[in-house]
Design a protein around this ligand. Sequence first.
Ligand SMILES: [Zn+2]
Length: 234
Amino acid sequence: MKRRFSFLLSALLLAATSFAHAASFAEYDLSADMDRQAVAVEALPYQSWVQDVRSRVNIDPFFLLKRQSEFFKKGWPEEYFFFSRIINKRMGTIRPINALEVFLMKAHAEISPLEHNPFEFSARILKKQEQGREKVKVIFVSTTTAFVSNADVEDSDRRMEELLHQGWTYAADLHNHPFFWDNETGDIAGTLIPSFADRRHYREMARKYGLKEGRITNGLHTISLSNKDFTFFK
Ligand SMILES: [Zn+2]
């Protein structure tokens, strides 16, 4: 595992630019096996957070989707369409989080502790066949703000363009959907469903860079959306 951009470097870059987007960049070379190895909830390394989540809510991803869909049912029929498709297993595939995604959740937790800071990370997962072996590289951005900003995304885009020119493919785009325990409406989120912004992002990334798969994790489970699913993202 090689980390190209140290956090020191990103701190210097931040100091040199502005604090409008507080982000940490890293680049990881990971094994392709990690992206195939499912990790059971009981085996997750961040167990104290898992126990905390479990003490608050049923962590079944379909329970969480149904719970949140009630908040969207009346006001946002276009969003409810996506809830019903995913709940009825007609869009995306929900599975346990895998070892590569756990690695990134841990890297994110080093910057934004999972317990108290519901912040997002963004990861571009790139793959390349070399001498019969599949290589995996991840461009990773972890934020200390509520969302990954456009400026952060643009920095990732630039690095990815370099890698695409070197024969890598944009295999998957991963980000997390944290839980929000203090939301006044009662919507705690943590759901495996692409938001309007996510759907627009996937469409754009597929068009510009040939993105094949969109993934969202809540740290426990992950949804995988294929580029066939993207055709519903108008
Ligand atoms: Zn999202």
